[in-house]
Write a protein that binds this ligand. Structure first.
Ligand SMILES: Cc1cc2nc3c(=O)[nH]c(=O)nc-3n(C[C@H](O)[C@H](O)[C@H](O)COP(=O)(O)OP(=O)(O)OC[C@H]3O[C@@H](n4cnc5c(N)ncnc54)[C@H](O)[C@@H]3O)c2cc1C
Length: 417
């Protein structure tokens, strides 16, 4: 669309996107499809490492399908059909994702190293028409009446990029958002902290994703995602608060790996690299998602699920929504006040999920609740199906639910035949 240069010959873009993870690359792809002049900036160089469980939930599979890269992602990823929940007591519930899913299309998971997934997504954005500059760390955004000036550093050289809008897709890295006033330095979000490592030749069924509440410190969880080539991604996460202050996430990881279940899984396995950790922001409900001519997507908007730690699907979906709103605004008179509609659209899509997940993560990740729920779900198909749909994001969770109401619902399932 816009192809002008400023008076000092700096290129002028419709949109500059900061961060080329799933949220940024998706926003870039959808905007480029609408012929917008788009610049993607990332401090890293691709393919780059991103600490993650590497699990792409079914709605993430559907989102990469809409993007047009499902074939590539499927070819590089491990297809997962089963979801296994393990209670603190050790009781397990196994669910077929296809059988449980309300929406049958793309009703499976994929596990794909982020080094590979994010490279596919960023290359797709470039192939669609976005420009990419790697190795450029953005340090500021200046607002002016009809646009933004994005300030970065590449090598030691300061850089400036002019655009009508900026999209901030910097994930859980909070420095830029703090500098820009999106986050209050005296009241910063308290993220989940999670750690993962890769292993080869583990004793794990490659069609199953394990979600562990046994042998981990609660409130928290562990996981095993099978990957291609006989590899697995093993990790633990712990909720914010006292528990993480008392523990070091890497020692929690090693505790999990040494306990009987995982010890057996990993007995003949080789660890491929050191354990790495990173935060997961889950504060969408209180996050500011736009201001002036900047808007936030993905985990920069707090879109990480407190109950499951997932965020790749929301990153891609929010990129789609952001691109839809920005292209609408740019095609119809460029009124930045209309960014309020983007915030509304995110609320409509995510408020119920985040209300439920935040509440359950804060109050429901205890032995009593988890043991009861998983014990009943293992016996009753109806509960197993709804649990699978809710955890995998395929069904809207019940509104305004408390842990007490959840337990009542669980026992109602037990009374059913
Ligand atoms: C241990 C762990 C396990 C997880 N497991 C899963 C899982 O199994 N499934 C799932 O769905 N989600 C999982 N998540 C969450 C998921 O990783 C994130 O929600 C997802 O990566 C968010 O995507 P994003 O595009 O918003 O941000 P990111 O993927 O974090 O991308 C942000 C990009 O911005 C760049 N950047 C940051 N700051 C700047 C700057 N100032 N200037 C320029 N570039 C910048 C970074 O280099 C990066 O490339 C996990 C997270 C962790 C930590």
């Amino acid at each position: 669309m816009s192809n002008t240069n400023t008076s000092d010959n700096t290129p002028h873009y419709d949109v500059v996107i900061i961060g080329a993870g799933p949220a940024g690359s998706t926003t870039a792809t959808y905007l480029a499809r609408k012929n917008m002049k788009v610049l993607l900036l990332d401090s890293a160089r691709f393919p780059r490492n991103k600490i993650c469980g590497d699990g792409l939930p079914p709605r993430g599979v559907a989102a990469v399908d809409r993007l047009g890269v499902l074939d590539q992602v499927s070819a590089a990823g491990q297809h997962i059909d089963y979801f296994k929940l393990i209670a603190p007591s050790g009781k397990t519930m196994v669910s077929s994702i296809k059988e449980a899913a309300i929406e049958k299309k793309n009703a499976h998971m994929l596990a794909i190293p982020r080094m590979v997934l994010d490279d596919i997504l960023v290359k797709h954005a470039v192939a669609t028409g976005a420009e990419l500059i790697e190795g450029c760390k953005v340090v500021g955004i200046e607002d002016n009446p009809d646009g933004v000036v994005v300030k970065g550093i590449a090598g030691r050289e300061p850089q400036e990029f002019h655009a009508k809008y900026a999209v901030i897709a910097t994930g859980a890295s909070m420095g830029l958002l703090k500098n820009l006033g999106f986050l209050d330095k005296n009241d910063m979000p308290k993220p989940i902290i999670a750690a993962r490592a890769y292993f080869e030749n583990a004793d794990h069924d490659s069609s199953v994703f394990n979600f562990h509440f046994n042998e981990v410190t609660l409130p928290g969880y562990g996981w095993v995602f099978p990957l291609k080539d006989n590899k697995v991604n093993v990790g633990v996460g712990i909720m914010p608060g006292k528990s993480i202050q008392k523990h070091n996430i890497k020692s929690l990881f090693y505790d999990f790996a040494k306990r009987p279940y995982m010890k057996q899984v990993l007995s003949g396995a080789t660890q491929l690299a050191e354990v790495q950790s990173y935060p997961i922001r889950t504060d969408f409900l209180t996050a500011t998602v736009y201001r002036h001519r900047s808007l936030l997507v993905g985990e920069a908007a707090g879109l990480g699920n407190a109950l499951t730690g997932e965020g790749i699907d929301y990153a891609i979906e929010s990129g789609e929504i952001a691109a839809e709103h920005l292209s609408e605004i740019l095609a119809n008179g460029d009124n930045p006040d209309k960014l309020a509609n983007y915030a509304l659209a995110l609320d409509q899509k995510y408020a119920a999920i985040f209300n439920f997940s935040n509440r359950m993560a804060a109050r429901g990740l205890n032995s009593v609740m988890l043991n009861c729920t998983i014990w009943v779900a293992a016996k009753r198909d109806s509960l197993r199906m709804s649990l699978t749909n809710i955890v995998l994001g395929l069904q809207e969770p019940p509104a305004n639910i408390s842990t007490g109401k959840v337990l009542m619902k669980v026992f109602k399932h037990l009374r059913r035949k």
